[in-house]
Design a protein around this ligand. Structure first.
Ligand SMILES: [Fe+2]
Length: 269
């Protein structure tokens, strides 16, 4: 499949037929906390063509599976309340997670399997830090992907889904900002494929309490590094700035892609 046959939708690549390739599905599922069983079942049901891409998916031996996405446009955009310097520093950190995700992926190929131990063993450390590095990479991609917009209010299906869950979009924004003040790492607003509704989860670290069966739609980074350059420790001002630069169109595209992916099916049985 050539690159021009794909449409980039946040972290999702859709074919012209609206099918998410298995590689992207596995990326979302394994890394961004969606149930692998759920997405596998959805992909299998969606398209034989998608299944055929499985064999061509992950990297061959010795090749890095992850490449940093280019979010440099957010720097040149000079967003209100999120300075180029702040974004540049944050992007450096993101690229570090990509580097470490590749490093760990390759080290796991030759991991020491002797004396595996749950207190300490090389394999354990690789597995634990893999979840930290890879989730750190992908949650940042969702975050940067839903920045660069004009804020305001959502419309269409996103508006309807938020109203159903939170009463109004205004109440949702209050919920989002309050959640952002509660957590130490992330707020993940996603489509819950188990209950077929929008839901919000909080994480204190990339690999702590990452939700299952939830496809991220809107991701908010509340680590201090996300705002210290601009606001010191004033997180409330950062949350206001985040809201002003939220790209609801990206959120809408993610929701549309997610609904197409999961078909509203409960695949946890
Ligand atoms: Fe971050």
């Amino acid at each position: 499949m050539s690159s021009n046959e794909k449409e980039l939708v946040g972290n999702f690549e859709l074919t012209k037929q609206g099918v998410i390739t298995r590689r992207e599905v596995l990326m979302m599922g394994a890394v961004a906390a969606t149930s692998i069983a759920s997405v596998n079942a959805a992909v299998a049901a969606t398209s034989a063509a998608a299944s055929s891409s499985v064999a061509a998916a992950p990297a061959a031996a010795g090749k890095d599976p992850y490449t940093a996405k280019d979010f440099s446009a957010l720097v040149s955009k000079n967003m209100e309340g999120l300075s180029p310097s702040q974004i540049e520093q944050h992007l450096k950190l993101y690229k570090g997670y990509v580097t470490k995700s590749n490093e760990i992926y390759n080290q796991l190929k030759t991991a020491d399997l002797t004396n595996p131990n749950a207190t300490y063993s090389p394999l354990r450390e690789l597995l634990v830090e893999q979840s930290f590095a890879v989730n750190g990479m992908v949650y940042h991609e969702f975050y940067f992907g839903n920045l660069g917009g004009t804020g305001g209010d959502p419309s269409g299906d996103v508006k309807a889904a938020l109203e159903e869950r939170y009463g109004s979009t205004g109440k949702f924004m209050d919920f989002l900002k309050a959640s952002g003040k509660c957590m130490r790492g992330w707020v993940v607003v996603g489509y819950n494929t188990r209950g077929n509704h929008i839901d919000t989860f909080g994480l204190d670290m990339h690999n702590m309490w990452s939700p299952q069966n939830v496809v991220p739609l809107l991701v908010l980074d509340v680590y201090e590094h996300a705002y210290m350059v601009d606001y010191g420790i004033d997180r409330a001002k950062y949350l206001d700035a985040f809201a002003k630069n939220l790209d609801w169109q990206v959120v809408a595209k993610r929701l549309a892609a997610t609904k197409k992916l999961v078909s509203g099916a409960d695949t946890t049985v």
